[in-house]
Design a protein. Structure first.
Length: 114
């Protein structure tokens, strides 16, 4: 059974940075495209960044140029570097496989104050 554990969230002022991490245990991580999702208060969970097994990336328009997704297959870990944070980036961030998602983890809360 795959477990996803996200970490690295916190409270930060607008313009600040955070680095999120997600460890996927129990999976053949290196063969899976992974993504980071954001769920803002009262809204649905949306994909903000994705990365293929070979490292190709894509981003939602709202985060392009500010967020960077990366992965370390040896550590079964995917990262999200978030720079120039804005209050609208506030939400709970989750990682998951892009195709046939696993059970969702608890996520990590990111709060950006203005």
């Amino acid at each position: 059974q795959v477990q996803l554990v996200e970490s690295g969230g916190g409270l930060v002022q607008a313009g600040g940075s955070l680095r999120l991490s997600c460890v996927a245990s129990g999976s053949i991580f290196m063969f899976n495209a992974m993504g980071w999702y954001r769920q803002a208060p009262g809204r649905q969970r949306d994909l903000v960044a994705g990365i293929t097994p070979d490292g190709s990336t894509n981003y939602a328009d709202s985060v392009k140029g500010r967020f960077t997704i990366s992965r370390d297959n040896a550590k079964n870990t995917v990262y999200l570097q978030m720079n120039s944070l804005k209050p609208e980036d506030t939400g709970v961030y989750y990682c998951n496989r892009l195709v046939r998602p696993y059970n969702w983890g608890r996520g990590t809360q990111v709060t950006v104050s203005s």
